[in-house]
Design a binder for this molecule. Sequence first.
Ligand code: WQD
Length: 378
Amino acid sequence: STQTGEPLRRVLVTGGAGYIGSHVVFKLLETRRYKVISIDNHHNSYPTSLVRVSKLAKELLPENPTEQEKDSTVIDTFTCDLTKRDDVRKVFEHYGKGGIWGVIHIAAYKAVGESTQIPLTYYENNVSATVQLLQIMSEYDCTRIVYSSSATVYGTPPKVPIPETTRLQADSPYGKTKVMCETVIDDLCHAEPHRWRALSLRYFNPAGAHPSGLIGEEPRGRPGNLLPLLAHIACGRVKDQLQVFGNDYPTHDGTCVRDYLHVLDLAAGHLLALDALAPESKVFDNAPDDARYKAYNLGKGKGMSVLDMVEAMRKATGYDYKYDIIGRRRGDVPDLTADPALAEKELGFHAPHDLETMCRDLWNWQTKNPDGYGGQAE
Ligand code: WQD
């Protein structure tokens, strides 16, 4: 709830128009405690998503909203590429020194396979852009950041479920960019321990969509990820049959196991992380040294195989999927299942939405938006 008179905290979300970003922005607006700024280059997103998030937030306003409550539903959006230092600086200049309370940094390229083909693009867009962002944040006295990391930092983990203490050993350029950015932020927090506060959130596999069906996953081009692909196949946007990338893994049915969590639960985790960066937070109290940096897994702790997900989507869509088993995909690992205990204990994180809800919400988004965001002008 909003303490009356407390001014809204400005939070910049990079990649705010994307699948994860738009759900994170929705959760921020839902609290009415933040004024959200979004930077996005729309490389893999549509501006429409935030128009709809703002609409959803307005529908949640009380009868006679205060000016501040109304203002909290208005998102300041900037179409801007994070690699363009001057454009990013202009956004911070707009709000002045200390004008932005914190940053949730989600913008990145994230296709594991693609990263092995164009590594330089991934290092420039994911690593250089993050270093530049941190430099500009420092210039403008904005020293709180929630960083979107990934389970891919673990590579093939020595054991599952995976605790945060697992050594980081990514084996794709994409995963390495995530390890590098975590390291940069960690070192920055150690260099200026009384100035910076930062948390890295290691996402497992987000799925589903806001139950309104107004926002959802809409990758540009053919989906690389399993769930949106299954939705596109079921509604005919993708004509060819599912190809399962290998069934010779050491798992219960031979296909890869992943830890799927509802995108709204993942988004709620960002709110908990942001609040944990506030001065009154206790999350850094037992830190081994005075640096205020930690990393948390955001997952359910429940592994589901490719074939489990096909069956769950068959139930949700009524579509009778056929598939071919083909060779393994480069960069895939047998099992990425989180140990979510640390985030649950220290952030109060939990991911209650079940698999059936994830698939139902994904299918609801797909059927209500047969052309995704591309089809409709708002
Ligand atoms: C899931 C499983 C595939 C497509 C993704 C992102 C990565 C990271 C984590 C952000 C795998 C199999 C898939 C298909 C298949 N996100 N599959 N046929 O690989 O866990 O990684 O989430 O940090 O950037 O890519 O998710 O949905 O691509 O694959 O058999 O046509 O489905 O082999 O085992 P993944 P995914």
